[in-house]
Write a protein that binds this ligand. Structure first.
Ligand SMILES: Cc1cc2nc3c(=O)[nH]c(=O)nc-3n(C[C@H](O)[C@H](O)[C@H](O)COP(=O)(O)OP(=O)(O)OC[C@H]3O[C@@H](n4cnc5c(N)ncnc54)[C@H](O)[C@@H]3O)c2cc1C
Length: 484
């Protein structure tokens, strides 16, 4: 049986979730279909986690306009959605006069885009801002910020869900047919109908477009690997440090960035690859990243490395050309009712809500929906016990003894928080769903202590047989059976 909606959004990354949230301000019936088992399973959960200011993008492009708009609204949005955000600023470092000139041009470009407060800094101020950094001077962007991209995407989704949007995970769209009054969308053995389809499928947006009969787009996957360092940012790195940009295949250069959780990340490189989901991290690349980061900051030590990850850019620019093409956000003339979002690479996280608003306006113009009278823009996240003062901690433990049981020692995550993560509003139950919601398994021991404890809670308290406990979703089952 077909499930009927006004709008089907394909893809639960930051872009699909932002669109869904904007549409939940109307009375339209909206569904989000996602092939993986949780939000932010694609690029939205694998990036630099920086709220860009918008000076890197070519003036007049959608990328520039929507990035600046996104940056301006990000702090208020994070407050509304209870998402961790920190306006750190960002320093770009020059090692020669030519690079200083590049930075001077970047200030002008940023001003043309509407970025505020950009300025060049001399060697002394540069070293005052980040004592450990090298270079002869740099450029300061005061409005750049860091945030948690997973919690951000999750918060958009949870808020959309609270306002009436339905989410379907493990639901890969495999066919789209256009009929007289709309579309039929097939996803495995499920069928949906909708008046409009919004293609926010990221890396697969060209293929999803082709499913609806609109050919001609091509996404080239371009891998970016990162190293994760221990929680030493407080000691070394108050703000992201980037090299002066060089013309290349389409990244911002290997940078050193503090994360909102206090780690440092180093990366990414930019390498065109054949497979769209080849998330491998290569020793040779990681060595190269570390060497490049040490040029920026000689004090970095290999002993602080605790992990690595990969994100993949969905580039429209072919390898021979490199660089950036502008975002495509449009209703297809040859397929009325299909809105395509193609090539939403960086700064797509920063621009996600302005993108969502733009798409919602296109839908409003076409369908003229009424507003949702009970729309609530707020969402409350899970209280982090470790961040509370001693009195509050004592009060919390008195209220619920589960606050007194620490499950993840590295990150001080309590049983109460693990339970809240398991009982999340989107109904996703996997180890990584818990990890991204309250951050266990991400410390120095990388889950050595807490992983089996979390599995035990899932089994004993939620009745999930061990053989069904997954890292991410079907196909990533962690246990094959009992050994004794
Ligand atoms: C290395 C790197 C660093 C970056 N750093 C930053 C940064 O610091 N700041 C910033 O603003 N931006 C950054 N970006 C860009 C940003 O991450 C992306 O622009 C953004 O995540 C795109 O979101 P999305 O929702 O379009 O795509 P995705 O997050 O990839 O979401 C698309 C979703 O569609 C799903 N899907 C695909 N096909 C189907 C199908 N057939 N059926 C159902 N579901 C489907 C996928 O599983 C996926 O979950 C970076 C990107 C990379 C790669």
């Amino acid at each position: 049986m077909k499930q009927t909606f006004d709008i089907v959004v394909i893809g639960a990354g930051a872009v699909g979730c932002a669109i869904a949230r904007e549409l939940s301000r109307t009375n339209l019936k909206v569904a989000v279909l996602e092939k993986e088992n949780d939000v932010a399973s694609g690029t939205s959960g694998r990036n630099s986690a920086v709220v860009h200011a918008g000076f890197n993008n070519k003036p007049g492009t959608l990328m520039a306009k929507l990035c600046v708009e996104g940056n301006e609204g990000f702090e208020a949005l994070c407050q509304e959605l209870d998402v961790p955000y920190h306006k750190t600023g960002k320093l770009l470092v020059a090692f020669c006069e030519e690079e200083m000139q590049t930075l001077a041009r970047l200030v002008k470009q940023g001003e043309a885009n509407g970025c505020k407060g950009l300025r060049l800094v001399g060697e002394e101020e540069c070293h005052k801002l980040v004592p450990q950094v090298g270079g002869i001077g740099g450029m300061l962007s005061p409005n750049t910020a860091i945030f948690d991209p997973f919690l951000y995407t999750l918060a958009l989704a949870e808020n959309a869900h609270k306002n009436g949007v339905s989410f379907f995970f493990n639901t890969e769209v495999t066919a789209i047919s256009r009929e007289k009054d709309g579309f039929t969308i097939l996803a495995g053995n499920r069928a949906f109908s909708a008046s409009m389809v919004i293609n926010a499928a990221g890396m697969y947006s060209d293929r999803v477009s082709a499913l609806a009969g609109v050919e001609g787009y091509h996404i080239y996957p371009c891998r970016g690997e990162y190293l994760i360092l221990d929680q030493i940012a407080k000691e070394y790195l108050p703000l992201p440090v980037y090299p002066a940009p060089h013309a290349g295949i389409g990244g911002l250069g290997v940078h050193i960035t503090p994360t909102i959780h206090g780690n440092i990340i180093i990366g990414p490189n930019a390498e065109y690859i054949d497979e769209r989901e080849d998330y491998a991290t290569l020793q040779s690349t990681l060595d190269q990243l570390f060497a490049e980061a040490q040029l920026l900051m000689p004090a970095l030590k290999r002993k602080d490395i605790i992990g690595a990850y990969t994100g993949i850019r969905s580039k429209q620019a072919p390898p021979a050309e490199g660089g950036f093409y502008d975002f495509v956000i449009k209703e297809e003339e040859s397929c009325p009712g299909l809105i395509n979002l193609i090539g939403i690479e960086s700064p797509g996280m920063t621009a996600s809500v302005p993108i969502g608003k733009r798409v919602a306006d296109m839908v409003r113009e076409k369908l003229n929906p009424a507003t949702n009278p009970s729309f609530d823009p707020t969402r409350k996240g899970i209280l982090r016990f470790a961040q509370q003062d001693p009195d509050t901690k004592a009060k919390l433990i008195a209220e619920d003894p589960d606050y007194g049981e620490v499950i993840c020692r590295c990150q001080q995550v309590t049983k109460r928080e693990i339970r809240q993560a398991i009982e999340n509003p989107l109904g996703v139950r996997s180890i990584s769903a818990i990890k991204y919601r309250v951050w266990p398994t991400t410390g120095r021991c990388q889950g050595g202590y807490c992983f089996s404890r979390i599995a035990e809670i899932l089994e004993k308290e939620y009745g999930i047989p061990p053989e069904e406990i997954c890292q991410r979703g079907p196909g990533s089952e962690l246990f094959s059976g009992k050994v004794k």
